[in-house]
Design a protein around this ligand. Structure first.
Ligand code: GRF
Length: 206
């Protein structure tokens, strides 16, 4: 008997290009054994929500509405559980998760960050990279723990920084790699062919 597909929930706040890349990858069979069952946004006007709906994905907006971080996270986790979500992918989700959320999906939450972590965590990543004068940057998919962009690294890709790069040109170059990396990293996690040993994720990626 074949296994049921892993149920994926994706959290967004904005345009959702990584979410769409994962949706395309799932529908094209590049993430075997995965199904995207819910897209959640903390902003009702996120462009990505409409794009998810156009693809026929189930969506829900759960706005903060003056709630504390944990109250908001409880509502989000309740929606994810209601839809049977097993793996959560943060894709441009602009809120830090509470320890309640992280505990509810321990080692089952992935995030993508547009730098080679631990370099340049947090916001203004490409601005930080350009100001620092690095010649190479990249992107990272990692499990989410209580630290900011600091959980165990699943995969990374290296991208060159050119002398005449603006934040926008660099962001666009990195984004193409993000879409590929996130697909590979999620496929690895869905396959279950990895183990977490301390900070190290040992798998078939890289
Ligand atoms: C991406 O660069 C991602 O790495 C970062 O926020 C951006 C989101 O872009 N966390 P999109 O909404 O997936 O297009």
């Amino acid at each position: 008997m074949s296994r049921q597909p892993a149920r994926i929930g994706i959290l967004i706040s904005g345009r959702g290009s990584n979410m769409l890349a994962l949706a395309d990858a799932v529908s094209e069979g590049r993430i075997p054994g995965a199904e995207i069952v819910l897209v959640v946004s903390d902003r009702a006007n996120a462009a990505g929500l409409a794009r998810a709906r156009e693809r026929g994905l189930k969506t829900v907006a759960i706005e903060r509405e003056g709630r504390s971080r944990e109250e908001h996270d409880r509502a989000t986790v309740a929606a994810l559980k209601e839809h049977g979500v097993e793996i959560v992918c943060l894709a441009g989700y602009m809120r830090l998760l509470s320890s309640y959320f992280i505990g509810a999906y321990r080692n089952r939450i992935l995030n993508i960050h547009p730098s080679l972590l631990p370099a340049f965590p947090g916001l203004d990543t490409h601005g930080q990279a350009i100001k620092h004068g690095v010649k190479w940057t990249g992107c990272t998919v990692h499990f989410v723990d209580e630290t900011l962009d600091g959980g165990p690294i699943i995969g990374q890709r290296v991208v060159p920084v050119f002398a005449d790069d603006s934040e926008e040109s660099l962001a666009a170059r990195v984004l193409e790699h993000e879409h590929q990396l996130y697909t590979e990293a999620l496929a690895l996690v869905v396959s279950g062919r990895y183990e977490i040993a301390g900070r190290r994720v040992r798998g078939l990626l890289n």
